[in-house]
Design a protein around this ligand. Structure first.
Ligand SMILES: [Zn+2]
Ligand SMILES: [Zn+2]
Length: 398
């Protein structure tokens, strides 16, 4: 038990967004959690602070803290004995202690940083779980979640793009009380897990350290850094996929470097009932089994401009990205891998064939690895996928 930690008055607890090099990540955002278990996984311990509690309480290593949402309040139990009721709770690790978080029966994650748990928007639940952690540490975790490879120059290139994404998208979830979510909507974040489990973690931390603070810049602004597992031979632009424009003039890049990737060309299939079920759920209407899918594609590259779902005389048109999301949410992201695909009805199944994996925008990770293996530097790799962009330290105001 750490006596000092128990005596730290609330006054001295820094607010979670006080340091400019910190980021706030909303955790478990897909799970709508009602209960959270927290343990100090490694290190000295942590302290727990809640409004209305005179001084913070110390949490020893291994001690279990349970936080449950009920009746618009948090019910916090320490070590199954002491309990309190509050509207928010902060868990502050001592030194570099790591916290193990668990949604009972669902998912576990180990993180480093300060944790804020509250009753969600308007106090109506579910639990809002926000981790405040160093930006560079978050960059390392996100790079580790993306790849288990150890080609240093590719890792450095990816680190710069991941960091650029963060700095170019401030306040992406501001109304929800954090900067970024932990899903691919922002950048896939799994805390310490990826860094501790893969052998390349030391290389990743070195790659992040060697590019510390570096971002892609164009005309004095940080470029919105996007990346994709494999571009399939030709990248696409954000405006092709989502409409609108960006301050960086993205253009399509022809990439032969990911040719050896298993995602260069792919084929997947799914039951017709499953696909139509996913689309029905997405649109909130029921499609009959005779529903057809018709694709409008760019003939040169095969990029899907739009896909029309035709059930008798009823026609609904959506973008390739919306279609992938509709299918992915229900059937998983391994069904329609990219926005460049064809669809064919065969028996009771739809057959999808396509190229690339992911959004196909920006840095092609498989291509970057191949370029690094061929001896190209991270600067050369970045200028290949981001022509015209430079690398700079972020401006002071960011
Ligand atoms: Zn997000
Ligand atoms: Zn590529």
């Amino acid at each position: 038990m750490n006596v000092l930690a128990a005596l730290v008055p609330l006054l001295f607890l820094a607010p979670p967004d006080s340091r400019p090099d910190d980021v706030r990540i909303g955790l478990f955002t897909l799970f709508k959690p009602e209960a959270l278990e927290v343990r100090v996984a490694s290190g000295e311990g942590a302290s727990l602070a809640a409004p209305g509690v005179q001084s913070s309480r110390s949490i020893g290593r291994g001690e279990l803290v349970t936080i449950r949402f009920s009746g618009n309040q948090l019910h916090i139990t320490l070590d199954a004995r002491r309990s309190l009721v509050a509207t928010e709770a902060r868990i502050i690790p001592i030194g570099s202690a790591a916290l193990e978080l668990s949604l009972p029966g669902k998912i576990k994650r180990t993180v480093r940083g300060e944790l804020l748990v509250d009753t969600g928007t308007g106090g109506r639940g579910p639990l809002r779980i926000v981790l405040t952690t160093g930006r560079e540490a978050a960059v390392a975790s996100i790079v580790a979640a993306e790849t288990s490879r150890r080609e240093t120059e590719a890792l450095k290139a990816l680190a710069v793009v991941v960091r650029s994404f963060m700095l170019a998208h401030p306040g992406r979830h501001l109304s929800e009380g954090f900067d970024f979510c932990d899903t691919t909507h922002c950048q896939f974040y799994r805390g310490e897990q990826d860094l501790s489990e893969i052998v390349a973690s030391a290389e990743i931390e070195r790659a992040v350290e060697k590019t510390r603070g570096e971002v892609l810049a164009f005309e004095g602004r940080t470029v919105e850094g996007y990346y994709t597992a494999a571009c399939g031979g030709m990248t696409v632009t954000p405006s092709m996929l989502w409409g609108g424009t960006t301050s960086y003039p993205y253009r399509r890049v022809s990439c032969r470097w990911c040719k050896a990737s298993r995602f260069d060309k792919w084929e997947r299939s799914a039951g017709i009932g499953q696909v139509l079920g996913a689309l029905s759920e997405f649109f909130g209407s029921r499609f009959s089994v005779s529903t057809e899918l018709a694709i409008d594609r760019d003939h040169a590259s095969g990029f899907v401009r739009s896909i029309t779902v035709a059930d008798g005389t009823t026609r609904t048109t959506l973008t390739a990205d919306a279609f992938r999301r509709a299918i992915g949410l229900k059937l998983g992201w391994n069904t329609v891998l990219s926005p460049t695909f064809t669809v064919e009805r065969r028996g009771q199944r739809f057959i999808f064939r396509g190229r690339g994996f992911g959004s196909q925008i920006g840095l092609c990770e498989a291509g970057a690895i191949a370029q690094a293996a061929a001896g190209r530097s991270y600067r050369e790799i970045l200028s290949f996928y981001y022509p015209g962009a430079g690398i700079s330290e972020p401006p002071a105001h960011e």
